[in-house]
Design a protein around this ligand. Structure first.
Ligand code: TIU
Length: 223
């Protein structure tokens, strides 16, 4: 089936496609978490929640596997490089106690995925210590097991964890499609330019399309 994508239509087979929803965690989207500790206005990210939920529902209905990631670290911080924890002057550092528990630590309330896009029973959830979801995780092996060739991306933030993971995936041979209205940045200009740089030069990193274009294409092949 063809998706009306940019910079040109993308041919995908739902049987070899998976959706990766990146880091839709309270720590990035709600007040008092990691994103806010870095000085960001987290309310910007809340706008994409309904579209992201629609994309997830459309993929589930089409039988496309949904994979969720969470950026977080072990409670003993053994997988958190000091260079990451000590950088800058955040109001709270990774591992510090905040209003949603310890910041960016696995198992704490802040590290959990927001309820509107919460994983369904049986969906793969990957905890990742880095920006890219392939680094230090079993994502590559999991996708090989599924026989995946095309990845649809959603989540936050566009130019940090989403773009990093798309670039990792691109180098591993996947066709990558970013859902434009199911991803957001704390910096609107960074989101806009990331979409442009992904699809420039004949889809040098991948394609972009709207959630409607993706979900409608899946619905059409099921009809
Ligand atoms: N700060 C920022 O924009 N993002 C992150 O730190 N992680 C993710 O993008 N998930």
């Amino acid at each position: 089936m063809k998706i009306d994508a940019q910079p040109f239509p993308l041919d995908i087979d739902p049987a070899t496609t998976a959706l990766i929803v990146i880091d839709m965690q309270r720590d990035f989207i709600e007040a008092g978490g990691f994103g806010a500790s870095l000085g960001n206005d987290v309310s910007l990210l809340q706008a994409i929640v309904p579209a992201t939920a629609r994309l997830i529902a459309g993929c589930r209905a089409a039988g496309v596997p949904v994979i969720h990631t969470r950026e977080c670290h072990r409670p003993d911080l053994s997988d958190c490089p000091p260079a990451k924890r000590l950088r800058g002057a955040p109001s709270l550092r990774i591992g510090d106690h905040g209003p949603m528990g310890r910041v960016l630590i696995a198992g704490e309330p802040g590290a959990e995925i927001i309820h509107e896009v919460f994983p369904a029973a049986g969906e793969k959830v990957i905890d990742k210590p880095g920006k890219g979801a392939f680094y230090a995780t079993d994502l590559g092996e999991h996708l090989s097991g599924l026989g995946t060739r095309t990845l649809i991306f959603a989540g936050v933030t566009t130019e940090v964890c989403v773009q990093t993971t798309m670039r990792e995936a691109n180098d591993r041979g996947y066709d990558c499609l970013l859902a434009e209205d199911a991803t957001e940045s704390y910096f609107p200009a960074f989101k806009a330019v990331t979409l442009e740089m992904i699809r420039a030069q004949g889809a040098i990193v991948g394609w972009t399309a709207t959630v409607d274009d993706i979900v409608d294409a899946f619905a059409a092949v099921q009809a």
